[in-house]
Design a protein. Structure first.
Length: 282
C-alpha cells in the first residue's frame, strides 16, 4: 500500500494502476463502519483508494474540528490489512490554498440543506460536497462508497453527482451497529460511560418506531411522541420522517419512510445521528 500526502504523487501513482478504481472518502479514525465500506470497495474494484482527511471547511464555528480523533498510524494498518492500494492523507494546505470564504465551493440547494443536519450546521454540506467533488476529480474513481448513517449527506452527494454529471457510481452501504445497536461513529470515542448508556436510546427509539409502524401505526405525531419518551435525558435536535427518495417531510409514515434523529448526549455534549428505514425492501 502506498501512503501519499500530496496531489502530484497521487496523480502519478493513479496513472500506473490498471483496472477499476474504488474510492472510500473518510475523515479517518476508522471503525468497523468504515471497514465495511472498504471491504465492499475492495471486493468490487481492482484498486481502492481510501482518503483520510479531516476536512476543515465542513466544520462550523464551535464544532469539534480541533478535537476530532486523528489516528493515522492505526488507520494505515487497518487499510493495509484490507488490501487498500493507496491511502491518501493530505495536509489541509495541500487541499486548500485559501480560506473557505475565498474558495470556489459546491453549494447544494437551499431545499436540501435547510433541514435536518444542514439546519444546525450551516455551510456543512457545502464543505462536504466541495471536498468530495475534489476527491472525485483527483482520483477519477469508478465508484465511491458512503455510509447510510449519514443519510442526508448520501442523498446530497447522489444529487450532486446527478446534477453535475460526475462520471462515478455512488454505492450506499448499510449502517454498522454495535451488538447493542449503537450506530458506529468516530464521535462515539467522546462518550463517557453514562453518555453511552443514554445514547443507546437513539437506536432504541428508532427500532421502536419501526415496530410500531409494522404494528399498523403510521401517524408521525404519535410515532415521534413514542420516540421522545424513550429519548428522555437526551437533547434531541430533530426527529424527522422523510420520503427516502425525495427527503420531503411526511405526516404519515409509509413504505418509503426514513426516520432520522440527531441528539446530543449531555455529559460530553456529543452530537450523534442515526436513522432507520421503516420498510426493508425484499
Ligand atoms: O462522512 C465523512 O466522513 C465526511 O463527511 C466525508 C464524506 C469524508 C467528507 O469529508
Amino acid at each position: 500500500m502506498k501512503i501519499i500526502d500530496n496531489i502530484k504523487e497521487l496523480k502519478e501513482e493513479l496513472k500506473k494502476i490498471d483496472g477499476t478504481l474504488g474510492l472510500v472518502p473518510t475523515m479517518g479514525a476508522l471503525h468497523n463502519g468504515h471497514l465495511s465500506l472498504i471491504k465492499k470497495a475492495v471486493s468490487e474494484n481492482d484498486n481502492v483508494v481510501v482518503s483520510v482527511f479531516v476536512n476543515p471547511i465542513q466544520f462550523g464555528i464551535g464544532e469539534d474540528l480541533d478535537k476530532y480523533p486523528r489516528q493515522l498510524q492505526k488507520d494505515t494498518e487497518l487499510c493495509q490489512n484490507e488490501g487498500v492500494k493507496i491511502l491518501f492523507a493530505p495536509m489541509v494546505s495541500e487541499m486548500y490554498q485559501e480560506d473557505k470564504k475565498n474558495l470556489t465551493l459546491i453549494c447544494p440547494p437551499y431545499e436540501v440543506v435547510d433541514k435536518l443536519c444542514g439546519k444546525s450546521r450551516p455551510g456543512h454540506f457545502d464543505g462536504v460536497c466541495s471536498v468530495v467533488a475534489k476527491l472525485f476529480n483527483l482520483t477519477k474513481a469508478n465508484k465511491a462508497y458512503f455510509g447510510q448513517k449519514d443519510a442526508q449527506q448520501l442523498f446530497i452527494i447522489k444529487k450532486m453527482v446527478r446534477d453535475l454529471n460526475f462520471d462515478i457510481e455512488i454505492v450506499a452501504c448499510p449502517i454498522v451497529r454495535e451488538t447493542d445497536n449503537l450506530a458506529l461513529s468516530s464521535r462515539n470515542q467522546y462518550l463517557t460511560q453514562s453518555d453511552r448508556k443514554l445514547a443507546l436510546n437513539i437506536s432504541k427509539a428508532l427500532f421502536n418506531i419501526k415496530k410500531l409502524f409494522n404494528d399498523g401505526i403510521d401517524d408521525v405525531r404519535a410515532l415521534v411522541d413514542s420516540a421522545l419518551k424513550i429519548m428522555e435525558g437526551l437533547d434531541v435536535e430533530y426527529i424527522e420522517f422523510v420520503d427516502k427518495n425525495t427527503f420531503n417531510f411526511q405526516t404519515a409514515a409509509d413504505k418509503n419512510t426514513l426516520v432520522l434523529i440527531a441528539a446530543r448526549v449531555p455529559e460530553s455534549n456529543t452530537r450523534l445521528i442515526d436513522n432507520i428505514l421503516l420498510w426493508d425492501a425484499m
